[in-house]
Design a protein. Sequence first.
Length: 735
Amino acid sequence: MKQQQPSGAVDMSNSYDDNEIVNNSSNAHMSDIMSLRLNRRQALMGAVSATTTMLLGTASLSACGGGDDPAPAAAQAAAPATAKLALGFTAVAKNKNDVVTVPDGYQVSILHALGDPLHYGDESWKDNGSESADSYNRRIGDGHDGMYFFGLAEDGKFQADRSDRGLLAVNHEYVVQPYGLHPAGITAGAIRLASEVEKEIYAHGVSVCEVKRGTGNDMSMVRGSRYNRRVTSATEMAFTGPVKGNAVVKTKFSTDGQKTRGTNNNCANGYTPWGTYITCEENWLNVVARAAGDNAKRSAKEVAALNRYGLPENRKSPYLWDTAGTDDLFVRWTSSVTEATAADDYRNIANTFGWVVEIDPFSPTTTPAKRSALGRFNHEGAWPALAVAGQPIVMYMGDDARNEYIYKFVSKAVWDTKDVNGGMAAGAKYLDEGLLYVAKFSADGSGQWLELTFGKNGLDASNATFAFADQADVVTHCRIAADILGATKMDRPEWGGVNPLNGEAYMTLTNNSNRVATTATPTGNQLKPDAANPRYYEDMKGTTSQKGNPNGHIIRWREAAGSVAATSFAWDIYLFAAQSDAAADVNLSGLTAVNDFSSADGLYFDPRGMLWIQTDDGAYTDVTNCMMLAAVPGKVGDGGAATAAGGTATVKGANATADTLRRFLVGPKDCEITGIAVTPDGKTLFFNVQHPGEGGTLAASTSQWPDSQTASASTKRPRSATVVVTRKDGGAVGV
Ligand code: FEO
Ligand code: CA
Ligand code: CA
């Protein structure tokens, strides 16, 4: 999502920008460090377990298409030696049409869109905003984002290799456009209408629905399935891990800090090897306010923490949910001291968001858990490393704001395949105890994971910057801990993923307008380029100049010594996004008309090892709508040294070619393409279109999608939706 700016009631002076910079630390930039030394490459991580084989399904395994290394042992055993993964479709041309454009031989259908009823008893979407607030507890929410497909067996359990029937969990990040949800858009004014806010609270969160193939590989939602479920910004959830019961999360709702209500602004996602869904809380500042004069009622430490997380005093939230009345449903959106103690008000509500939340889609009555050991920040998502029996469970995570960090969680418990289908108990086993790390990228292509543990690395009560009281304090304020340790500030970490064929991890760095020239004197929150965020250049959008790193890049790393728990790694930049006609030191990956793109956001390795890249762009949108590309990546170290626009040295991967990267689809007008899942057999692909027509208004809509997909003269409202893509000949997608 680019920005949260509903019109009407919103006080724009306080509107929240999802790209907002709140990192004021003075960590060294890598331009200040060393010249490149490429001879320190570490060995390819080789271990892929039997568990991985199980998760992938034997039919889907194939050798990595991008390098000379042999495939990992498990893959070799299961795949014919000749089964190279190869792209096999005609690239879709860039365009600005109000439809999803897929390659010849492919077809699309809409699985579900904003407002569709999950159960019987509620009316279908009326296209006039008349649906009741309460009905959104049973309808598909707004702002479709991250998602995951879980194969569903006849006994109601997770079956990793099942493709024809499953549970699809989808994030509903935010209320995209006021004209979608309400009869006439948001009612203007500084005070919100309770009925509208209530509807918005229930339209956020997560949906789980059963999906099934009918004829062919197309999928439909099973309306009325007992698995269909909504989790919203009002759903009760448990705190687990270090903050459970800690003073930092005590509220009027939970005076002992054991629980809270709601998950918010669920952007990207994750999944676990035991079969649960992970949803992550990104731009929760959209809905959390803080009153004027609140600093005087707080300790200096609390004020520093709130400021570092982007919540200074006298900050209204863009959605103004706290203004809708005196009911607890609304009052709780102000993180302000209003009563005698934290057990009497919601001064700590900000500390209840920014977490990783685990949901068991197979057990609709279980309480979701905020897994606090994985830290609190603008959580884009959480992506597991390959699950290796006897090794820890590892999650990679990014903090999506300019100049924020990449994190890694390593569980204390080691993976036992008997925990598949272990539900929330398995989640507690693997995600409540472990070590949290933050990444430091060095200019020589090596990197380190810096440990964020109370009592280590100066993270204790004697720290001069922030007196950490305990591990709850560290995970709640891990941005501050990461500042202190000197982690590397990145160009907005968005999605990550792990290559199932070799264990290497990837993460998109979508863009950063606050990079300045190496010769400039940075002011405020500006940064000079560094090796891991190396480009500084000017990009023209029509006649508008955009400076910094407007197109973004994708970084990747390989853990040292083949261990997911390693504390060092080797990295390179897999891909630089650029227009194909850009200068050579901007278009460093050699993109052409069949694969040029800007601002990667979503990223997903499907079970076969095909990589999918999705864009949420504002730089190339004068030429094309946002898009999705398919890739067959190589591996860390398959390229070499390069000098980026602006003069900074870096390490890049092999150039892209039409054989390794190709545009698979283009979305409708004013949308973001985000969220993707592919069935284990590779034959059904799901992706999400978020905020079509976001540039318009209710009166003058710029998109009528999804109706426009089949009705060119549509006058219907645009809606976020999940799209199903299949091949007309019944084959696997992408190949
Ligand atoms: Fe919700 Fe970072 O995109
Ligand atoms: Ca984005
Ligand atoms: Ca995103």
